[in-house]
Design a protein around this ligand. Structure first.
Ligand code: NAD
Length: 502
């Protein structure tokens, strides 16, 4: 055989091995991989700011114009990940967590610049806390040992997971989803929200560049650069996509459930808060302001309406004023309502429908205050006002730094009104009380995925309460706060009559 032919064969073998999961010569072997923090710094995405340029993102390191190509590339990377084993997953999780933290400031800023919703300080914080998302350590197998041998149940990957992310937390959801999905051994394809797609593509590219440099896998998480309903449909339909994860409102949840594929749906919420006369008013007021003002109330778990027992309602509102809240008069409330909703009158004198005005979603309290006709002091966190229980601010998931407060006469009324306001989403509910029976009654009646007592909403995600973080809380489909196990298939391995060692 000629030297040229030998070289050709060597090249082909090397290419095939590379595709099957071998590393290119430039990739570092895992055994010698340094910690992720230096990796993040080395790729130019360290704490000094991202060096990722925006033009020419397409077609490399995870960013694709075509949904089918994004799916195929993710599948190839999934096979490579399988070859490289658990150590590679651990490495990827480390890289993503370290880079989300190191790039929190520039990425928070580009996300805010693109979406124009929320607050910079909280956009940054949401990236810094990606380290609280659980990783590979969550996949400990279950074992049984008995007279008839040993059985092992392992948490194994599906393959490629097709994911949809919201405009409210684009890079944080993407980063947290990557950690969970890849810790479980899968690859991911993202169809992001069109109004938060550019920042998501920047993060995906940076993650893939760093991952490629460390372990030679180029497209473990891919993204469709210009997402659309068509690209969503193509992603869902693609053969390699075995599982869907959608995070968003009612439209995308319905669409995902109609695909015929298994879908994990992190759907909408409208979390009610009930406050009774056994609660500490100062603590309750502080917690309510903290939760409802976070990122200008963009959180799906965020406090959206308060039902306060009538004998403490004034005290609660006074404490809210002392902790960063500004109370609107009924005239100011009327002006804000007119600006924040388009009300379509119901037929035959019915109550009609209120559509949220998108120009006010996630905007600063000063923008809402202007619409209400008042100036507010700098540092105001939240506006609030007394309303009826059927006010649009109570009924709609409004995602603005405004909170309606409704007086109720009893626990029964508070729970009943909370149940109506929550719309059966079974998402999140909050109580401030020291009455265990009231807590139990509300918890049972609301039947929500998160039920928080005496803290702000974020305590339900391990931020001030016990637990772990995810930005995708699977509500209608029941998986709860998603974690690596959510993205696994359970497979059983049985040895009959042997391997039991006593
Ligand atoms: P959205 O529903 O407008 O968009 C979410 C995603 O779904 C986007 O990528 C969008 O392009 C896509 N989408 C929307 N309708 C679709 C359809 N019919 N077919 C295919 N794709 C579709 O939501 P948003 O405004 O970006 O985010 C806010 C909503 O998401 C709120 O309802 C909030 O409660 C919910 N949310 C839930 C969680 C959770 O963990 N449960 C987390 C964040 C946000």
């Amino acid at each position: 055989m000629s030297a040229a032919n030998e070289q050709l064969i060597r090249d082909i073998v090397s290419e095939v091995l590379g595709r099957l999961g071998g590393k290119p010569a430039s990739a570092k072997p895992l055994a010698s991989a340094e910690s992720a923090a230096p990796a993040a710094a080395a790729c130019g995405c360290g704490s000094k700011g991202t060096a990722v340029s925006t033009p020419g993102l397409r077609g490399k390191f995870g960013v694709f114009a075509d949904a089918n190509e994004a799916c195929v590339a993710a599948q190839e990377s999934f096979l490579q990940l399988q070859q490289q084993g658990v150590a590679a997953r651990v490495k990827i999780v480390e890289i993503v967590k370290a880079m989300a933290e190191a790039n929190a400031e520039p990425w928070g800023k580009i996300e805010l610049d693109e979406t124009r919703i929320g607050r910079l300080d909280h956009k940054i914080e949401k990236l810094k806390i990606i380290k609280l998302v659980p990783g590979v350590e969550w996949l400990r197998p279950d074992a049984r040992s008995g007279d008839h041998g040993i059985t092992l149940e392992e948490y194994t990957p599906f393959g490629v997971v097709g994911a949809v992310t919201p405009s409210t937390h684009s890079i944080p959801t993407l980063s947290g989803n990557i950690v969970n999905i890849i810790a479980a051994g899968n690859a991911a394809v993202f169809n992001p929200h069109p109004s938060a797609a550019r920042c998501a593509a920047i993060a995906i590219r940076a993650f893939n560049e760093a991952i490629y440099r460390e372990i030679g896998i180029e497209n473990i998480a891919t993204i469709i650069e210009k997402p659309s309903m068509e690209s969503f449909a193509a992603m869902c339909k693609h053969d390699v996509v075995r599982l869907l994860l959608v995070t968003g409102g009612p439209g995308v949840v319905k669409a995902a459930m109609q695909t015929g594929k298994r879908a994990i749906c992190a759907g909408p919420g409208n979390p009610p808060v009930y406050v009774d006369d056994t609660a500490c008013m100062k603590r309750a007021a502080k917690a309510i302001i903290q939760g409802a003002s976070y990122d200008n109330n963009l959180l799906c778990i965020g406090e959206k309406e308060v039902f306060a027992l009538e004998n403490i309602a004034d005290k609660l509102m006074s404490q809210m004023e002392q902790n960063g809240g500004v109370k609107l008069t009924s005239i100011q409330l009327e002006a804000l309502t007119k600006a924040a909703f388009t009300i379509t009158p119901g037929q035959g004198g019915g109550c009609g429908h209120a559509a949220v005005n998108k120009d006010f979603i996630g905007k600063d309290p000063s923008v809402l205050a202007r619409a209400a006709g008042l100036n507010i002091p700098a540092g105001t966190q939240l506006l609030f006002a007394e309303t009826d229980a059927d006010h649009p601010f109570v009924v709609e998931e409004q995602m603005m730094p405004f909170l309606p407060i409704t007086r109720v006469k009893s626990l029964e009324e508070g729970v009943a009104r909370s149940l109506v306001a929550e719309h059966g989403y079974k998402h999140t509910a909050i109580i401030h009380s020291h009455d265990v029976e009231a807590m139990t009654a509300m918890g049972r009646a609301l039947d929500t995925t998160l039920f928080i007592k005496n803290g702000p909403c974020m305590a339900g995600l391990g931020l001030g309460g016990e637990g772990y973080l995810s930005f995708s809380i699977a509500t209608p489909t029941g998986e709860g706060v998603s974690n690596p196990r959510t993205f696994t298939r359970v497979r059983r391995c049985v040895m009959v009559d042997n391997l039991r060692i006593y």
